[in-house]
Design a protein around this ligand. Structure first.
Ligand SMILES: Cc1cc2nc3c(=O)[nH]c(=O)nc-3n(C[C@H](O)[C@H](O)[C@H](O)COP(=O)(O)OP(=O)(O)OC[C@H]3O[C@@H](n4cnc5c(N)ncnc54)[C@H](O)[C@@H]3O)c2cc1C
Length: 567
């Protein structure tokens, strides 16, 4: 392997999901020479799996007339348990209606109401029906729309290119090194600005709704070169994933009127959230399900039921065709006839690479957007329908900002040196006889699921951290059984495991540091929220020895006063 291939672009985007594609369109339309690098074909990004919808205060649904961006912002901030930065939420909610209309004009086939307007359904933690949707295949529709727009403009794609490291010179990001997966060759990229849009890290956990490719790459790449990670302890567990496979059963199913039932057939959510009931925010519903199961009111001590039978076959076919298909294919049942067995599963990462409102990190030339970033619109708990929105709104903002940076005339020798260094590093995987990635990956997922799950406490988290440290040490000697050069997925998974182990340890260290309960971070040893000490963001950066250093930073308040209050 040597530096045969060097590419140059003004704006280089890593990630072909919604955030990456929206950033690419904006950067291109602002006049920048723009390219997208993606480890899978863009239409296989996890965004394609999004089901339930995208929020905007259009006020189309009966009962939601007069909805405003301020109402949307209030619900988002309350749902975040006041940890979201309120200026970032303001941008998100103000821009939402325009963003949805733009997507519609670009060709997204949103579901319609009787008058022909974009239909909106209720979602958890929202005061009114505010979630726009394309049946239960919203992400599929949105991603295809943006991909079409990108191809119509002729934006350059490097598909099946896997980023192995970022290149930093004189404290600025100069580009990245990638592995062209099919050929096994390394390619260097020189860029004026680089945007990470690499999605979530769900696969550090067992029982995740995430795609196999959601492996924390961007968070770890940024952290390794000195960027800060923010609020990493906040991990969302979705209340309703299919028992056994943990495929997502959209919140849209409860938005359309579905209920959770325990083994006695009771609608138990009225006990835990008397007003919002099944449509309380996800952290509350997920905890309630576990409490029912622990009280012996679940099935097989593992799951509860999601009942859609009363909606009738016609509504299920029209509004939830994907859920019906998942239930048929993976549980062999018809949701119009049988309830669906569901249990909570890891779903989303609220934390990520710390960025300002323009998407800039603390490293010059390095930006981030979408699920890998934390501009902090979700705080301690994200509301359903807000992350597609964040990817679109902040994808656009970061695209514009990055395009304005121009080309930094990176010294090509810097890129070549980086490629050569990377080449030696990858070759060492081929020559070591050590164990391969598979067992380590499973052990990490188990440790995270058992020790850093919906309920946490000091003792079990400390055990979890010891397991993760042991895994990190074993990783230092990891080898490859598959020694092929071309299409070596084992090599890719080994590198992904490196990203995941690093990120898992940061999630764990952040979680043990926050001695309170807030949103998705619930500690049985500190069950109360403690605003005096912890209405703060957790920030993790590498110290001089390369170890994680944790500090806290203030939350940007302003729009709405901090309050107590349930659902
Ligand atoms: C099953 C499911 C359903 C969901 N439903 C909803 C919903 O209805 N509403 C809602 O608001 N949110 C929903 N979400 C969340 C939402 O879909 C995601 O947060 C959002 O789509 C993330 O978009 P993204 O562009 O940040 O990342 P992704 O779409 O995950 O894209 C990441 C991209 O990064 C690339 N990449 C990663 N690492 C590398 C690397 N090392 N080298 C090169 N490329 C790399 C990948 O190839 C990919 O193109 C759902 C999530 C899941 C899992």
């Amino acid at each position: 392997m040597n530096a045969k291939y060097i590419h140059k672009h003004d704006v280089l985007i890593v990630g072909g999901g919604l955030a990456g594609l929206r950033a690419a369109l904006e950067a291109y339309d602002s006049g920048a020479d723009t390219a997208v690098v993606s480890k899978v074909y863009p239409l296989r990004s996890h965004s394609v799996a999004a089901q339930g919808g995208i929020n905007a205060s259009l006020g189309n649904a009966p009962g939601s007339k007069g909805d405003t961006w301020e109402d949307h912002a209030y619900d988002t901030i309350k749902g975040s348990v006041y940890l979201a930065d309120q200026d970032a939420v303001e941008v998100l909610c103000r821009e939402a209606p325009g963003a949805v209309i733009e997507l519609e004009h670009w060709g997204t086939v949103f579901s319609r109401d009787g008058r022909g307007s974009i239909a909106q359904r209720p979602f958890g933690g929202a005061g009114v029906a505010r979630t726009c949707y394309a049946a239960d295949r919203t992400g599929h529709n949105l991603l295809n729309t943006l991909y079409e727009q990108a191809n119509a403009r002729g934006i350059k794609f490097y598909n099946e290119y896997f980023v192995t490291s970022l290149i930093i010179d004189e404290d600025a990001c100069m580009g990245c090194v990638t592995l062209d997966i099919p050929s096994g060759e390394l390619h260097g990229f020189a860029s004026g600005s680089l945007i990470l849009a690499t999605g979530g890290y769900g696969r550090i956990y067992e029982r995740s709704t995430n795609s196999l490719i959601n492996t924390a790459d961007g968070k770890s790449l940024a952290y390794r070169c000195g960027a800060a990670l923010k609020d990493m302890e906040f991990v969302q567990f979705h209340p309703t994933t299919l028992y056994g496979s943990n495929i997502l059963i959209s919140e849209g199913a409860r938005g359309e009127g579905g209920h959770l039932l325990n083994a006695r057939g009771e609608q138990f959510m009225s006990k835990y959230a008397p007003q919002a009931r099944d449509l309380a925010p996800r952290d509350i519903v997920a905890r309630s399900i576990i409490r029912e199961i622990e009280a012996g009111l679940g099935f097989k001590n593992e799951y509860v039921h999601l009942d859609l039978r009363h909606l009738g076959a016609e509504k299920i076919n029209d509004r939830l065709p994907g859920i019906k298909q998942i239930a048929e294919d993976f549980a062999n049942l018809d949701p119009a006839v049988d309830p669906i067995p569901v249990q909570p599963g890891q779903h989303y990462s609220m934390g990520g690479i710390e960025v300002d409102i323009g998407g800039a990190t603390n490293i010059s030339g390095l930006f981030a957007a979408g699920e890998c970033a934390c501009v902090s619109t979700h705080g301690a708990n994200r509301l359903g329908g807000n992350s597609l929105l964040e990817a679109i709104v902040y994808g656009k903002m970061v695209g514009k900002k990055a395009a304005g940076m121009g080309y930094n005339s990176a010294r090509i020798s810097v890129i070549e040196d980086a490629v050569n260094r990377e080449s030696k590093k990858l070759e060492s995987f081929y020559s070591r006889p050590g164990e391969d990635f598979a067992a380590l990956t499973n052990e990490m997922r188990k440790a995270m699921f058992e020790k850093f799950s919906i309920f946490r406490n000091e003792e079990s988290m400390a055990e979890g951290i010891r397991s993760l440290v042991g895994l990190r040490e074993r990783y230092e000697n990891i080898g490859l059984k598959n020694r092929a050069k071309k299409f070596n997925q084992a090599l890719v998974m080994t590198l992904e495991l490196g990203y995941m182990l690093e990120t898992a340890e940061i999630v764990a260290l952040s979680a043990i540091k926050r001695k309170e309960s807030r949103g998705s971070h619930y500690r049985t040893d500190f069950p109360d929220r403690d605003d005096d000490k912890y209405l703060k963001h957790t920030i993790v950066k590498k110290d001089q020895e390369g170890r994680p250093l944790i500090s806290f930073s203030p939350v940007r308040l302003g729009l709405f006063p901090v309050k107590e209050g349930g659902y």
